[in-house]
Design a protein around this ligand. Structure first.
Ligand code: PLP
Length: 450
């Protein structure tokens, strides 16, 4: 009884019983799954004993690296003291209170409240409802429409997948739901034509203004975007983009929602992505780096503008999750944020490892198949190009990206590809040597295209 199953047993059980998210199950069942068994620092090991440098921090989340015993200890202690109590009906728990305070301490003077969820997707559903409730409470119930971006990613719930701009997701389940509209993305390399990146940034931002005018300012509740579009391919906007978006949202009186699920908690070398780009959102969903993935937890940062209405006008928001502010997840998140603070990891990204990573990453632009390699902090996007001079892209972008990613994998590096863009998002603790290894392995993988 209770004998540890062998690896081949596990793979067979997986094939028989497990449906994986975002995986081609037909292909997986034919080939068998990769089973990850342990991890330490920036490395993971699969069940064959093969070691990989994780250039992706799990799924953009294991920011303090693997094997942090103090996070496990914090969760263990909390689990013994109070494994669960909820934040419904007038109660809550100490870790949830302290975590809300800690997050607010980094969020800027205008952001002082947090609504907790278990994931980024639930955070999306939360702000989506909150934005509509906000306008209704102000006597503008017709302000319900939300504008998002093509190729954005905001989660997999029905509202999340609808707000996201992923065609493949929309095709499954008859999405988007009513009331959601999409505009273009600030993807200069592919869509900028003859414009300079700065000109294109303004043009892309002004699509928002045109869309608001088309729909009617009095009908639009909010605009949502990631400071840097992550799953869509690490699309780094031109510098002109965010100031113009911010100006338009203010001028047209619509809420600005900054999806901080990837950019939040330090990845750009600032606590939040909106601080890097210098704007003040009204709502900001968070998750991933909040606990570095050690336990599931997310939330929505709520600005004073929205909180004043939610607290003083609405009062009771009929919304919440059984595990909103789960005490064990909150205790783990508090310890994760303590590590980020005490080890100065945000400053390290801004002043030390971020610039070092940028030098290595941008050096890849010398490679004949790389059209552009850009990055901010510890997030990088690398554009593959069939012809650098004309910015011509490969005919089958998905195949090209997968090919490079698979070569990296064979050589012990986890990278992600979105079509013809290679994405990097390593742990904040990555060493200079590991940055060199990552860039070197990726460069060799690119040689297969040249
Ligand atoms: N928002 C962004 C920007 C994300 O990248 C993700 C997940 O990758 C989500 C929301 C959804 O978060 P979750 O997968 O925790 O539901």
């Amino acid at each position: 009884m209770n004998e540890k199953p062998t690896i081949s047993n596990l793979a067979a059980i997986d094939a028989a019983h497990h449906i994986h998210p975002f995986s081609d199950m037909k292909e997986l069942n034919a080939k068998g799954t990769r089973i990850i068994e342990r991890a330490e620092g920036r490395h993971i090991w699969d069940s064959t004993g093969k070691k990989y440098l994780d250039g992706f921090a799990g799924l953009w989340c294991v920011n303090v690296g693997y094997g942090r015993k103090s996070i496990a200890d914090a969760a263990y202690r909390q689990m013994q003291e109070l494994p669960y109590y909820n934040s419904f009906f007038g109660t809550t728990t100490p870790p949830a209170i302290l975590l809300a305070q800690k997050i607010a301490s980094h969020a800027g003077p205008h952001m002082n409240r947090v609504f907790f969820t278990n994931s980024g997707s639930e955070a999306t559903d939360t702000w989506f409802r909150m934005a509509r409730v906000y306008w209704k409470a102000l006597g503008m119930p017709e302000k319900t429409l939300v504008i998002a971006r093509r190729n954005g990613y905001h989660g997999s719930t029905v509202a999340g997948a609808s707000l996201g701009g992923m065609k493949l997701m929309h095709e499954q389940g008859n999405l988007p739901i009513d009331g959601i509209h999409h505009i273009g993305q600030p993807y200069w390399y592919a869509e900028g034509g003859d414009l300079s990146p700065e000109e294109f940034g303004l043009q892309a931002a002004r699509e928002l203004e045109a869309k608001i005018d088309e729909l009617g300012e009095d009908k639009v509740a909010a605009f949502v975007a990631e400071p840097i579009q992550g799953a869509g391919g690490v699309i780094i906007p031109p510098d002109t983009y965010w100031p113009e978006i911010s100006r338009i949202c203010k001028a047209r009186n619509i809420l600005l929602v900054s999806d901080e699920v990837i950019c939040g908690f330090g990845r750009l070398g600032s606590w939040f992505g909106y601080q890097h780009y210098g704007f003040e959102p009204d709502l900001a969903p968070i998750a991933k780096g909040l606990s570095s993935g050690y336990l599931p937890i997310g939330g929505v940062l709520v600005s004073d503008r929205v909180a004043d209405v939610m607290v003083n006008e609405v009062g009771d928001f009929f919304h919440g999750y059984t595990y909103s502010g789960h005490p064990v997840a909150a205790a783990a998140a508090l310890e994760n944020l303590r590590i980020i603070e005490d080890e100065g990891l945000v400053e390290r990204i801004r002043d030390d490892i971020g610039p070092y990573f940028a030098k290595g990453w941008k050096s890849l632009e010398a490679h004949p198949v790389v059209g552009q390699a850009d990055c901010v902090g510890l997030i990088g996007g690398l554009q593959l190009a069939a012809d650098k001079a004309t910015r011509r892209r490969y005919a089958k972008p998905d195949d090209i990206g997968s090919l490079v990613r698979n070569h990296c994998l064979e050589n012990g590096l986890i990278m992600r590809a979105t079509a013809d863009r290679m994405l990097a998002s390593p742990a904040f603790t990555i060493t200079r040597g590991e940055v060199d290894e990552m860039v070197g392995t990726l460069s060799k993988a690119l040689d297969h295209l040249a």
